[in-house]
Design a protein around this ligand. Sequence first.
Ligand code: UDP
Length: 343
Amino acid sequence: MPARTTVLVTGGAGFIGSHTCVELLDHGYDVVVVDDYSNSVPGALERVAKIAARPPVAVHEIDLLDRRALSRVFDEHRVDAVIHFAARKAVGESVELPVEYYDTNVGGTTALLHAMRDHGVHRLVFSSSCSIYGDATKVPLTEADPARPTNPYAASKWLCEQVLADICRHLAGFSVLALRYFNPVGAHPSGLLGEVPRKAVPNNVMPYLARVAAGRLPRLSVFGGDYPTADGTGVRDYIHVMDVAEGHRLALEHLDDEVGMRVFNLGTGRGTSVLELLAAFQRACGRPIPYEVTDRRPGDVPALVADPGAVARAWNWSTARDLDVMCRDAWRFQELNPSGYPN
Ligand code: UDP
């Protein structure tokens, strides 16, 4: 890739997007952000600029489905590669709003591909998800294991992967890396950037734990104590968001290794139960966290753990931050930003 590389980051103000922007700026990339702030705020990008000591080249507040506006972004900037995060991502909500999920996630991706093709941009890193493995019957999971999406969110990500693979088969020169993240958590070590769920009651376990620890919610409900796991609670592969961000920078650096579509898991390979996560968070914040074991959450699966071997072999890379670092950084962000970013 060219020495001064310009990367268009869709969803750059979101949780993973903002951390990836910092990683790119820190490594000399120029960054153009596209975000409609449907699940993020401009304050995140102010923090990005503060940490990196330089801002993105430009920030465009547009919806990807606004094809004219998107085309103008490509007219305005000489884009070398795209990282596509912008999507709807709540499993539960996707069951209620399947049309919106396919529209934003699949339609947003094809609109982006249109603009890329028309402007001669052929390099893409795509944000995929371990949720496509669905009700996985084995751990750990390799990229060769079958996709069995069980909700519209996961199905939309799996559809996008198939669209991208087919486009790579038919359009010469396209190079796509889809990264299937497991459970990204944690925050930037500065405490300036982290996960700011829009809802008062977060869906995901880590921001929920942080709010219980801060006394803003009474207790964690542990969803299910009768799974076929060592302590009966759900097992996930938590990965530090800074490792996810680093993975995206490396993906950019490896986009030109081959043309066509490649898929990699991004996980640590280590499974952690809800009770183990709770214990780690208690160590990080130094106070007891009340909890109760409740019924299983509909749609949850017992265990999802990555086999991270493929990416390790391809890039000679593995994640560096363990569970204690994830909890410590998440807690620091919670303490320093009890109400999220200033709006
Ligand atoms: N979980 C929980 N209580 C919560 C939220 C989540 O016990 O308030 C559990 C959930 O059942 C799963 C794990 O924590 O086993 C991770 O859930 P999360 O929603 O963070 O991510 P997911 O794996 O569903 O994408």
